[in-house]
Structures are given as structure tokens and as C-alpha cells.
Design a protein around this ligand. Structure first.
Ligand code: SF4
Length: 238
């Protein structure tokens, strides 16, 4: 039976999508974001093996907490890196009538990913930066892949949430937020979440013997966050 490599499960997550979520963290990510707070998910061979059945069986126990809006969120890492397993997991969730969300960096787009998306009710997409050079600096990857993924979102009109981590000196300018709004024009965007960068993951880097590349950057101030959220509020057209 097909097994997935799972980093961890959080049974009552409040910040990983609408309502209360059963969050499944997949192992494996093709990006190497300089502020990643889950570098321990990077290795696709890490974590523990689980079947989709095992995971969904656990999730079903929390169904009564999901209410109208909650459900299962698959995050990571990058869930589409294990797209075949993801298909199985999402399919089983839908059989149980559970709302499904996938939190992604938009790196992959092939037939398997498209099939997984057909069982996904909500995509939470985090394109780390709108500018090619800055994107590369942050992720060590090329921006063309997430742009292709975003195009597919526009084409299919899949409901999406856009998430953007606000990192001082990298993504905290008014211009960046306006560029982001422009980039997502035409997509079926239900919500834009600006998430303040935090340094909580930096100790994991040390534990893994990695050098944290943003040691001197402090989280954005409340004032900056409020200003950027105001820009979204004033310029985001549903
Ligand atoms: S895409 Fe997410 S999990 Fe992957 S390196 Fe970037 S922040 Fe970390």
C-alpha cells in the first residue's frame, strides 16, 4: 500500500486555513527559503511513513470540531512533492465529506498535481516574492514554476488564499504588496494573509547543522504590518 512520509500532525490547528484544521505536515520541499521555519521537513526521506487510511481515520475523529468551515489542511514542506500519496489522502478526505486545503509554494504542476488539485477545495499559495531576483535570493529556485502554477489557478478558477510572509528588507515594502496584488489579478482569491516573519525556526537550523541566513533581521513591527494590511484592504478587489 502506498505510504507517505509525514513530518507531523497537528490536530486542532487554528492558523492553517478556515476554521479548525487537522493539519498534516508532509516531508520534502524543493525550495530552500532563507527564513524557512520548518527546515526539518526538507528531506523527503525524513519523518515517518503513514498510509492515507491511517491519517484519515485520525482526522475523522475530529470531524465534529470542523463545523461548517474546518477540515484537513495538508502542509509541509511541499505537499505536491508527494503528489501520488496526496491524491490518495485527499480523495479519502472527500469520501468522508471533509473540506480539504493544501498549503503550497506552487513549485509543481503536472498531471498528478492537477489530479490532486481536483480533490482540493482550497489552495493556500505562498509565492515568496514577485520579483525574479528576490525570489531566487529567498528560495534558491526559479520563479517560473510558481508563476505557471498561479496561471493554472487563474485558468481553473480554483478558490485560493494568498499568503505572504512579511520579512523586513525583503517583502515589507508598499511596492511589493502592490506588485503581489497585480500578480494575482484574475485568480479566484478569497483571502490574502500577510504573515509576520518570525525567528522561531532559527534554532531548528542550528540543530540541523545549517547556517541561518537571516540572523540580523527582526520581525516586522505591528505598525508595518498594519500599514501593509491597509494597502491590501484598499487595493484588493474581490
Ligand atoms: S517553501 Fe516553505 S517549507 Fe519549503 S523551504 Fe520555503 S518556507 Fe520552507
Amino acid at each position: 500500500m502506498l505510504k507517505g512520509r509525514i513530518h507531523s500532525i497537528e490536530t486542532m490547528a487554528a492558523v492553517d486555513g478556515p476554521g479548525l484544521r487537522f493539519a498534516v505536515f508532509f516531508q520534502g520541499c524543493p525550495q530552500r527559503c532563507i527564513y524557512c521555519h520548518n527546515p526539518d521537513t526538507w528531506n523527503v526521506l525524513g519523518g515517518e511513513e503513514m498510509t492515507a487510511e491511517e491519517i484519515v481515520k485520525k482526522a475523522v475523529r475530529y470531524k465534529s470540531y470542523f463545523g461548517e468551515t474546518g477540515g484537513v489542511t495538508v502542509t509541509g514542506g511541499e505537499p505536491f512533492m508527494q503528489s501520488e500519496f496526496l491524491i490518495e489522502l485527499l480523495k479519502k478526505c472527500k469520501e468522508e465529506n471533509i473540506h480539504t486545503a493544501v498549503d503550497t509554494c506552487g513549485f509543481y504542476l503536472d498531471d498528478k498535481v492537477k489530479e490532486a488539485l481536483s480533490y482540493t477545495d482550497l489552495v493556500m499559495l505562498d509565492i515568496k516574492h514577485t520579483n525574479k531576483e528576490s525570489f531566487e535570493k529567498i528560495t534558491k529556485q526559479d520563479i517560473s514554476r510558481p508563476l505557471a502554477f498561479l496561471d493554472y489557478m487563474k485558468e481553473t478558477q480554483k478558490p485560493i488564499w494568498i499568503r505572504q510572509v512579511i520579512v523586513p528588507t525583503l517583502t515589507d515594502s508598499e511596492e511589493q504588496i502592490l506588485d503581489l496584488l497585480k500578480l494575482i489579478e484574475g485568480a479566484n482569491v478569497k483571502k490574502i494573509e500577510l504573515l509576520p516573519y518570525h525567528t522561531l525556526g532559527s534554532s531548528k537550523w542550528e540543530e540541523l547543522g545549517l547556517t541561518y541566513e537571516l540572523p540580523d533581521i527582526s520581525p516586522p513591527t505591528e505598525e508595518i504590518m498594519a500599514k501593509l494590511r491597509e494597502i491590501v484592504k484598499n487595493n484588493f478587489k474581490h
